[in-house]
Design a protein around this ligand. Structure first.
Ligand SMILES: NC(=O)c1ccc[n+]([C@@H]2O[C@H](COP(=O)([O-])OP(=O)(O)OC[C@H]3O[C@@H](n4cnc5c(N)ncnc54)[C@H](O)[C@@H]3O)[C@@H](O)[C@H]2O)c1
Length: 187
């Protein structure tokens, strides 16, 4: 397993227990920049997720969502690797339907303070679907709905990797432990 992280919100401590393993490699890398690797599967989780973090540098958030996703999709395409992206219920914006189904397209402000995240995630989903349609890439898109906002909570990552997120496109059941109690813990 190769883990890329620019440590914007992450920390080496999160993976300290893995660093001694021979099958684990940590690379400080910003996904906004391309990278050449040989991989079988790409799990693209890199993106600030809490409003404090994504509003800190909204242009960088958008670059991570668009360029970062494009680079990771390019990597998956070159390696013919499977690709998973973690998206969010924020793609529905300020929804007019409750609960939201995948058939609902949302009600999104494209010029607000949260738009860097909401629109960034929307375009990253669009890119992912276009790589699927145009290059037949084997993709998974997962719209998670938030986890508890406890300060030390490692949030989405471990659950997603454990569950290997079943694909809504393939009409398989979608249930993650983190589709939990509240839709928007960071509001
Ligand atoms: N936690 C949630 O409730 C939630 C809900 C919906 C979607 N998601 C999505 O799940 C993913 C992970 O969320 P999280 O809560 O674990 O967030 P997090 O902030 O804890 O983790 C994001 C990780 O990405 C890294 N990162 C950010 N920008 C990067 C860049 N340009 N290059 C390389 N690494 C970068 C950070 O350093 C951090 O390690 C995100 O894509 C997020 O949008 C999370």
């Amino acid at each position: 397993m190769i883990c890329l992280d620019n440590f914007f919100t992450g920390s080496k401590d999160n993976v300290a227990h893995l660093l001694d393993r021979t099958n684990f490699e940590l690379i400080r890398h910003d996904v906004v920049q391309p990278i050449l690797l040989e991989v079988d599967e790409v799990y693209h989780l890199a993106c600030p997720a809490s409003p404090i973090h994504y509003k800190y540098n909204p242009i960088k958030t958008l670059k991570t969502a668009f360029l970062g996703t494009m680079n990771m999709l390019g990597l998956a395409k070159r390696c013919r690797a499977k690709f998973l992206i973690t998206s969010t219920s924020e793609v529905y914006g300020d929804p007019l339907e409750h609960p939201q189904t995948e058939a609902y397209w949302g009600n999104v402000n494209c010029i607000g303070e949260r738009s860097c995240y909401d629109e960034g995630k929307r375009v990253s989903e669009t890119l992912t679907m276009d790589y699927h349609r145009e290059h037949n890439l084997d993709i998974r898109e997962r719209r998670t709905r938030g986890t508890d906002p406890r300060p030390q909570e490692p949030r989405a990552r471990p659950w997603l990797l454990l569950e290997r997120a079943p694909c809504p496109l393939h009409r398989r059941p979608a249930c993650l432990p983190l589709c939990a109690r509240r839709d928007r813990p960071y509001l």
